[in-house]
Design a protein around this ligand. Sequence first.
Ligand code: PLP
Length: 398
Amino acid sequence: MPGFELFGEAERKEVNDVLENGVLMRYGFDGLRNGHWKAKELERELEDQLQVKHAQLVSSGTAAVTIALASAGIGAGDEVIIPTFTFVASFEAIMMLGAIPILVEIDDTLTLDPEAVKKAVTPNTKAVMPVHMCGSMANLDALSSICKTHDLVLIEDSSQATGATYYGKPLGSIGDLGCLSLDYVKIITCGEGGAVLTNNEEYYNNADHYSDHGHDHKGNDRGAETHPFLGYNFRISELHAAVGLAQLKRLEEFVAIQKKNYTIIREALSTIPEVTFRTVPEGGEESYSFLSFFLPNLEITCKTMSAFKENNIDACFHYYDNSWHYVRKWQHLKDLKVLYPLSKEVIDGLKYLQTKTFPKSDQYIGRNISCLIKLSWTEDEVKERANKMLISIKEVIS
Ligand SMILES: *Cc1c(COP(=O)(O)O)cnc(C)c1O
């Protein structure tokens, strides 16, 4: 990760197909487009590679989460359970629909703790949204079973784990709905883009219509289409889809490169007894986009980050101090800083954040470092990096 590191001839060719006829929109203009339907083609390719019946491409991963929730009928006052370690898009998308994000603890998988999810279910809970952070996954069997028991919708956000599998199935294809980001820093990029994945016919139709002003997409006269319900514009452009089409065809190749680089670094760090690695749930295989490990305590972790900095080891993250990904620094959410008035349900529903603490998450995120695995590194560069990391950690620990 990210796919942009290997942007090349194939991406240029797909984009040029679009530029040659100038049809930049994914719908309509049938006569002008010389048979080029990049968004539709990329949807078929996503369905094929991620083994789902339906993929709906949209303008961003954040839009994909919003649309997935809306497609399942989630809105005003409904509660959606999400992890404390995620990206701000999770609660942004939920709140966009007037629903309430319920943050719960993570465990050593760095994703939702199923026991904490069970405890957080109330009569208002409508969905559970695991976020497969940093290339690995939540325990989907445990979460599916909770969702079945309480009749909840399971929505996977696999934006950071495209290419990972769970019992052989691609992440994003396992829940009732899956969401992908195809933004510039993800393993497969469109520049900006996202996708909603589902095997459910009704959710798919909802996603297809909702992302294009409620258009029913029947017939071939766009102006004459009806609107069965209200929607919004979350469309992707043909130019963006063209880039993603070339990239997605290289997913397997990208995962293989990541696995090779990841393994070299992991083997080096495994020689330090104080280093432990994140738990990957049984049946899971990572996308190897990140190598995530734990150190004995917060102090050693902070010192290791400083040592990494001194030794010019970039692309390693201590999310404990990060304002995008971890609850500790989401002051704007806790203070409800918004441009427009929120509903009473949301204001009341978020009061818990004033006092709630997340000791278990603090404990895991405080001791965690996640290092991005790049596609463009040479083998020598990876080995040198692994060695520098080893030396830095040993220095701190000794
Ligand atoms: C990147 C990301 C998103 C949002 O994607 P955008 O395409 O940038 O809107 C959502 N969830 C997770 C976990 C992400 O990493």
